[in-house]
Design a protein around this ligand. Structure first.
Ligand code: GLC
Length: 445
């Protein structure tokens, strides 16, 4: 890579950079729009503490107090092929690993720090086998990288820092220079984009310019320059919206948006936990059910969004049994229902209550979030439905337009609007987490 090329990018105006980003966005995002469902993996020293990935901040631990987790980080049961198989079998089509979280510990063999996995009992680069394993299972790979760094000697203490109330530490940290920290950040991003082959997604985390004293944003990270560096090294990588720049992907977190959050050709992706914590949180029993998670996935797709579902492996490098069980249950549903998710998106019809529509071309998928008694009525579909079947077993679901003039009598229900299709369902809900009726639409004339 010639030095000249990089130098010229620095002179891009914000507007030119914005145009560059928008012009290649659709091409960058196609795989992600098709995939819809990914795995997030939060793994680091906090996995040994096993009480949330912000443990250092929550308990105001300094580096000395936190060092015991470095000394005891020994993931002897780490088997990334098993992680990758579990993700693929759950129906996930991409995966994002925390290369470095806010604690500053690096899972790869960075030449720019000693605070890395190779210097712990792990004794090796943990990112390379992860990348190889997930690629071998056919998944796209992404790197999460924290912009915050609660270990780096040049990262200025601020209102979110573990030493935010420690005056002595703040006095000692007076001379810290965020520009030197940004040099480190840029250097490490270069390592990740030159040492592991093509990277499909970069998930930076997070900018907080106005949230607290000493808050940091694009100026601190030199985000525009960083994005130019990224584009010069890997032009096709998808970048999220947390560099305090527009980004390709809007990333709501731990809530379900009520409508699409994407504009300007961007995609939105909700990142969700299994139990509220991203890092392994041993005593946290606030687990979501597989049904709930499947409904969150479907709800997102019906609003043109993705789900990035997190697992926090243990300090020994395993997915805990409850996480494996949840992925397995989701996988059983995806085995039969994947085509209502992959490459699907919002429908042009308004769904009846307690349901969601996803659509992919002339297939409309009605996801039943609650099981109605015998009938569900679909406004606006009269004359459009060629055939209807349950997706899990391909069995026919009777679909009719009831004569609007028909009067109700005994077991006969009255007619509904002339544009309403009525489906007749079995009394008992089929034994699947979220039943889906696949509607074959007449070709549009
Ligand atoms: C938030 C959390 C952070 C987590 C991230 C995932 O920023 O603070 O711990 O990694 O969300 O999206």
């Amino acid at each position: 890579m010639s030095q000249h090329r990089e130098h010229s990018d620095h002179q891009l105006s914000d507007r030119e950079r914005g145009d560059r980003e928008r012009s290649g966005r659709a091409e960058r995002l196609w795989w992600m729009r098709e995939a819809r469902f990914g795995l997030f993996v939060h793994w680091g020293l906090y996995s040994v503490a096993a009480r949330h990935e912000w443990v250092k901040q929550r308990e105001r631990l300094d580096d000395d107090a936190y060092q015991r987790y470095f000394e005891h980080f020994d993931p002897d049961l780490y088997d990334p092929r098993r992680w990758a198989r579990l993700a693929r079998q759950a129906g996930m089509r991409y995966a994002v690993l925390t290369t470095k979280h806010h604690e500053g510990f690096c899972l790869w063999n960075s030449a720019l720090t000693d605070y890395k996995a190779t210097n712990t009992p792990a004794g090796r680069d943990l990112v390379l086998p992860w990348v190889e394993a997930f690629r071998a299972e056919g998944l796209k790979i992404g790197f999460y990288h924290s912009l915050l760094d609660w270990h780096h000697p040049e990262f200025p203490i601020d209102g979110l820092h573990p030493q935010r109330d420690d005056e002595q530490a703040q006095a000692a940290a007076k001379g810290r220079d965020v520009r030197r920290y940004a040099d480190y950040l840029h250097g490490q991003v270069r390592e990740l984009l030159t040492g592991y082959g093509p990277v499909d997604y970069l998930f930076f985390d997070f900018s907080y310019p106005d949230r607290t004293w000493g808050g940091k944003g694009r100026a601190d990270w030199r985000s525009a320059e960083l994005l130019d560096l990224i584009r010069s090294l890997q032009p096709d990588v998808v970048v999220n919206d947390r560099l305090d720049l527009e980004g390709d992907v809007v990333t709501p977190e731990q809530y379900q948006p009520t409508s699409s959050l994407a504009d300007d050709g961007r995609l939105w992706e909700a990142c969700q936990t299994l139990n509220g914590s991203w890092g392994y949180d041993r005593d946290n029993l606030d687990w979501k059910t597989p049904d709930q998670l499947i409904r969150m996935l479907v709800d997102g797709v019906s609003k043109d969004g993705n789900l990035l579902l997190n697992v926090g492996p243990t300090g020994r490098g395993e997915f805990e049994p409850r996480a494996v069980g949840t992925l397995d249950a989701i996988g059983r549903w995806m085995d039969q229902h994947a085509r209502s998710v992959y490459g699907a998106g919002p429908a042009t019809y308004a769904p009846p209550p307690d349901t969601r529509y996803t659509q992919r071309g002339d297939r409309l998928y009605l996801h039943l979030f609650a099981w109605p008694f015998r009938h569900v009525h679909l406004p606006g579909l009269a004359g459009r439905v060629q055939f209807a079947q349950f997706l899990h077993d391909g069995s026919e679901v009777p679909a009719e337009v009831i004569d609007p003039e028909r009067q109700a009598q005994n077991t006969t229900m009255s007619g509904l609007g002339p544009d309403v299709v009525t489906l007749t369902l079995p009394v008992r809900q089929p034994d699947v987490a979220v039943p889906v009726v696949e509607l074959f639409l007449e070709p549009q004339r």
